[in-house]
Design a protein around this ligand. Structure first.
Ligand SMILES: *Cc1c(COP(=O)(O)O)cnc(C)c1O
Length: 381
């Protein structure tokens, strides 16, 4: 099955054996009747499994070219479950340009449970080897990174991980399986905030994990059930519905993303545009190699590097909405230094380029002319 068919049919055989409903019903139930203790139709209690969630989990596994999918109550709940694979004394090497909430979870929760983190730039994959020792258990990466749009070579990192028998997890939220398939590039775990492009309509918070390896899947299912941060049936239905148009939306996000990046790049008030589709982007060649297109996320700085100007810009946009989050059909503008990345200390975030004038756009699927017109008027003011 090709990707554009998988988004609609992947893993969806027989999702409603009762009546043949084309869309899996929302099984809004906590429990399932048994004829004699232990005899049931595959479902006992909805923390362990729920048919609507299972339908979504199968779809997730299919689009990522994995075998096992798991849906959680949020992206962070998904990351939390992955980190519970590890024990005190274990070490994790993470990219230093990552989602602020992931950084907070690592340093404010898991650090206190005795897991040691190294935050490093991964644009040059070979740098990772300097941090590997016998306690290293996981490499955590995100590409394109948030919000600097750095590109990390998944295949090169996976070779290092394999050489040292370390797991590699990729947060694929920005690219989605439409643009890049980390498991095919050698990653062991692919994670998503399904809140973003997978759901795609800014109406649900959810996380997902997909793996190929059975043993790893069993451990994760155990954690999912034992810790219980599952996705609910209604939310599972919404994300399943979202995935059915993922390919159409991502194509359009990428087209509009390109138009916005090119417009900003030619604007006199703009200092620098961060978008991996530019030929002079430091890892453009890798982006071209591992991604189908460049997506809808674009960050930029203005020439006046001031918090005040950046805040004014995001207040003045009209078609774009000033809001946290990304990946919905509507365009959003955000100010990382005071919003998504406020939980990262100023010195730490400025090291990776998250300066006060940085603005991050999630370019939606509206008409290109309206989007550019809006940016033009907001930059004027
Ligand atoms: C939003 C986001 C997360 C966290 O997901 P939630 O669904 O908000 O918990 C993790 N990684 C990235 C890249 C994100 O954008």
């Amino acid at each position: 099955m090709k990707f554009n068919t998988k988004t609609i049919h992947g893993g969806q055989e027989n999702t409603d054996p009762a009546y043949g409903a084309v869309m899996p019903p929302i099984y809004q139930t906590s429990t399932y009747s048994q004829t004699t203790p232990g005899a049931h139709k595959g479902f006992e209690y909805s923390r362990s499994a729920n048919p609507t969630r299972t339908a979504l989990e199968n779809s997730l596994a299919s689009i990522e070219n994995g075998k096992y999918g798991l849906a959680f109550g949020s992206g962070l709940a998904a990351i939390d479950a992955i980190l519970k694979l590890f024990k005190p004394g274990d070490e994790i090497i993470s990219t230093n340009d990552l989602y602020g909430g992931s950084y907070r979870l690592f340093t404010s929760i898991f650090k206190d449970f005795g897991i040691k983190f190294h935050f490093i730039g991964m644009e040059n994959a070979n740098d990772i080897e300097n941090y590997i020792n016998e306690n290293t258990k996981l490499i955590w990466t995100e590409t394109p990174t948030n919000p600097m749009m750095n590109i990390i070579d998944i295949e090169a990192v996976s070779k290092i991980a394999k050489k040292h028998k370390i797991l590699l997890a990729v947060d694929n939220t920005f690219a989605t399986a439409y643009l890049q398939q980390p498991l095919d590039l050698g990653a062991d775990i692919v994670m998503h905030s399904a809140t973003k492009y997978l759901g795609g309509h800014s109406d649900v918070v959810m996380g997902s994990v997909v793996v190929k390896d059975e043993e790893l899947a069993e451990k994760l299912y155990f954690i999912q059930n034992a810790s219980g941060a599952i996705a609910g049936p209604m939310d599972s239905f919404l994300v399943l519905r979202g995935i059915k148009t993922l390919h159409l939306r991502m194509k359009r996000h990428s087209e509009n993303g390109r138009a916005v990046a090119e417009f900003l790049n030619s604007h006199p008030k703009v200092e620098k545009v961060y978008w991996p589709g530019f030929e002079d982007h430091p890892n453009h060649e890798i982006a071209k190699k591992q991604m189908k297109d460049f997506g809808g996320m674009v960050s930029f700085t203005t020439k006046e590097n001031s918090m005040k100007d950046a805040v004014k810009f995001v207040e003045n946009v009209k078609v774009f909405t000033l809001a946290e989050s990304l990946g919905g059909v509507e365009s959003l503008a955000g100010h990382p230094a005071s919003m998504t990345h406020a939980s990262i200390p100023k010195e730490e975030r400025e090291k990776t380029g998250v300066v006060d004038s940085l603005i991050r756009l999630s370019v939606g699927i509206e008409d290109e002319e309206d989007l550019i017109g809006d940016l033009k008027q907001a930059l004027r003011s």
